[in-house]
Design a protein around this ligand. Structure first.
Ligand code: DAH
Length: 353
């Protein structure tokens, strides 16, 4: 016997679509209770069949309709449950390190610009060429062809007697050709030498300063560079020494050292140091350099200096391997880079200077 009310009750109590599905098989499936009951009709007399058949069909219609109704209710609640558990939690922390960083070289370039700007130097020559001619890179800087000083810099030569500039000193010549004297400028840019190790890369950056006027002497040079080093390394008291050296384009020439110490592998700049660290090259502009650009050395004198921006960066911020500066590794950059809330405003647009 088929118990309609019992089946309807089971349908009503079903708690999931899968439970409802089993119920469907149990009642309406091939060997389901209702299907079996319908099959029994064949054994009845025509009159019995008529009555019973109508009854069973009525039951079947009711059951199917109850199942359909229950199915849509259960489906809806299952979808809602799924939406509830799948929803995105907007209170989650943001993905780590999604913010960009300022490259240490960019940061240091900016610091250099601020310091030398405040000392009255004008920035020039974002557009001066990396592919330089022999005259500006060597000859006009008192390094004529076959001069042994050419071998101090391992040069990349290119076609047509040109070369990749080995030093920003070439801009001394270019700027004096452009504006004559007096001149008080710095330039920063790429230079190239055939080198490759932890402290040398084939391309690196230099900053170069040139101050030519009447009556400029070596004490101006010293004062300027001592002020610069104090500001750059953020120390008030720092002994420096000027060690006699040789550069073809200066006379006298010096290398400037700064007092420092190494404590547990960490470099400390300042008066308590126990060793000297070489920072830059400098000197009084050689008369031949002034003559090369048509300036009378009896009337004008000046000083010049040059240094590697990567070296300054490594010393100030404790970066051990210079090659990493150019590997575009974002893990390195988020470790050594700088955060800025407003990156575009912080970086001076060199092309507008
Ligand atoms: N150009 C030199 C170099 O690359 C650095 C230098 C030394 C620049 C002395 C100067 C200077 O202007 O006066 O090694």
């Amino acid at each position: 016997m088929i118990d309609k009310n019992e089946i309807l009750e089971k349908i009503e109590k079903a708690t999931s679509t899968s439970e409802l599905e089993s119920l469907n098989v149990e009642v309406l499936g091939k060997s389901g209770s209702l299907s079996l009951a319908l099959r029994e009709l064949g054994k009845m007399t025509p009159d019995e069949r008529k009555v019973r058949g109508a009854e069973l069909n009525q039951i079947k219609t009711e059951i199917i309709s109850a199942m359909d109704t229950k199915k849509s209710i259960l489906e809806l609640s299952e979808i809602n449950k799924k939406l509830e558990s799948d929803k995105i939690d907007v209170s989650l922390n943001k993905a780590e390190d999604s913010k960009g960083h300022i490259h240490p070289l960019t940061q240091v370039r900016e610091e250099l610009l601020q310091i030398f700007g405040s000392l009255g130097f004008r920035l020039v020559s974002a557009n001066d060429p990396d592919i330089e001619d022999d005259f500006h890179n060597f000859t006009a800087l008192n390094v004529p062809p076959f001069h042994p000083a050419r071998s101090m810099q391992d040069t990349f030569f290119v076609e047509g007697g040109n070369l990749l500039r080995t030093q920003t000193s070439s801009v001394q010549i270019r700027e004096m050709e452009r504006t004559g004297v007096p001149v008080k400028v710095i330039t920063m840019g790429r230079v190239y030498r055939s080198d490759w190790d932890a402290t040398h890369t084939p391309m690196f950056h230099q900053i170069e300063g040139l101050y030519v006027d009447k009556n400029i002497n070596m004490s101006h040079l010293k004062g300027c560079l001592i002020d610069f080093l104090k500001a750059f390394f953020e120390v008030d008291d720092v002994p420096t020494q000027f060690r006699p050296s040789y550069f073809p384009f200066t006379e006298p020439s010096a290398e400037m050292d700064i007092r420092c110490s190494l404590q547990n592998g960490e470099l400390k700049i300042g008066a308590n140091g126990n060793r000297w660290l070489e920072i830059l090259g400098c000197g009084m502009v050689h008369p031949n350099v002034l003559k090369a650009v048509g300036v009378d050395p009896d009337e004008y004198q000046g000083f010049a200096f040059g240094m590697g921006i990567e070296r300054l960066t490594m010393l100030k911020y404790g970066i051990p391997d210079m090659r990493k500066c150019f590997e575009t590794d974002t893990r390195w950059l988020s470790h050594y880079g700088f955060e800025a809330d407003d990156i575009p405003n912080m970086i001076t647009d060199l092309s507008k200077k």
